[in-house]
Design a protein around this ligand. Structure first.
Ligand SMILES: Nc1nc2[nH]cc(C(=O)O)c2c(=O)[nH]1
Ligand code: SF4
Ligand SMILES: [Mg+2]
Length: 244
């Protein structure tokens, strides 16, 4: 990474970890560094990272600290053979900060592949779209998240991500708790004209047993609908562990 970083107030970081492997989605199994930012605009029932946003259950001042982008850039430069995954929480909440702009400036001038894990409710800004080799893993939430539809489904934003998916810069990853959820996914695929090849289904679950059980109940139906299925490899390998 380049040393060309503007001074900044830093990003609210819950954790940095890796190299590990990207556990989910089209690049599952690839060596990856993770930057997990604090804050989320949703509060899903089955969230596996509530320590990034839930001030009722966690002391967020302890969980989240500001880290200057120059430090993040040095950390990433020390592990050149790994993709960079920016996740949260909801990382796109920070897009309008100087620190985010600096981070994107750093990433812009690298040959690294970058992925942003997002819940699909906040539109990607030009500063983020300007990073080559950056793709969005859009995990729009279903009713099983227990979030009201008007909070989790933002039509204008999903249209933007759908367009990006057709251009190979986004893919959709839906967390399904059982076969009934596939009808809800189908309705979204149709409504936003999501490309089937960019539509991924991932089993809900925080234990290996549960993830496998749900995936087995989904697999044939997912294949029949021309979509893709992804496990959560980090849950299979390191269930319940943070920083993996
Ligand atoms: N290994 C690993 N892969 C992941 N892919 C997405 C993750 C996330 O929490 O957003 C994640 C994670 O926390 N760990
Ligand atoms: S959008 Fe993601 S980080 Fe936010 S509450 Fe839902 S599962 Fe958790
Ligand atoms: Mg996650």
């Amino acid at each position: 990474m380049s040393a060309l970083v503007l001074p900044d107030a830093g990003l609210p970081v819950a954790e940095t970890f890796g190299p590990t492997i990207q556990g989910e989605g089209p690049t599952a199994g690839q060596r990856a560094l993770f930057l997990r930012l604090g804050g989320c605009n949703l509060a899903c029932d089955w969230c596996d990272t509530p320590y990034t946003w839930d001030g009722k259950r966690y002391d967020l001042r302890k969980e989240i600290g500001r880290v200057p982008v120059v430090e993040l850039a040095e950390w990433a430069a020390g592990h050149p053979h790994a993709i960079i995954v920016i996740t949260g929480g909801e990382p796109l909440l920070h897009q309008r900060t100087d620190a985010w702009r600096s981070l994107m400036a750093v990433l812009r001038y690298t040959t690294r592949r970058v992925e942003i894990e997002t819940n699909g409710t906040l539109a990607p800004q030009p500063v983020s779209l300007g990073v080559p080799r950056l793709t969005f893993n859009v995990s729009a939430k279903l009713a099983n998240s227990n979030m009201p539809e008007e909070r989790r489904i933002k039509s204008d934003t999903l249209e933007v991500f759908a367009d990006l998916a057709h251009r190979g810069r986004a893919r959709f990853k839906f967390v399904a708790a059982g076969p009934d959820d596939l009808e809800e996914i189908a309705a979204l695929v149709e409504r936003f004209r999501l490309p089937p090849h960019a539509t991924w289904v991932m089993p809900e679950g925080t234990t290996a047993e549960r993830t496998i059980e749900v995936a087995r109940a989904l697999a044939d139906d997912v294949i029949a609908r021309n979509w893709n299925l992804t496990m959560r490899q980090h849950v299979l390998l390191w269930p319940g562990e943070r920083n993996r």
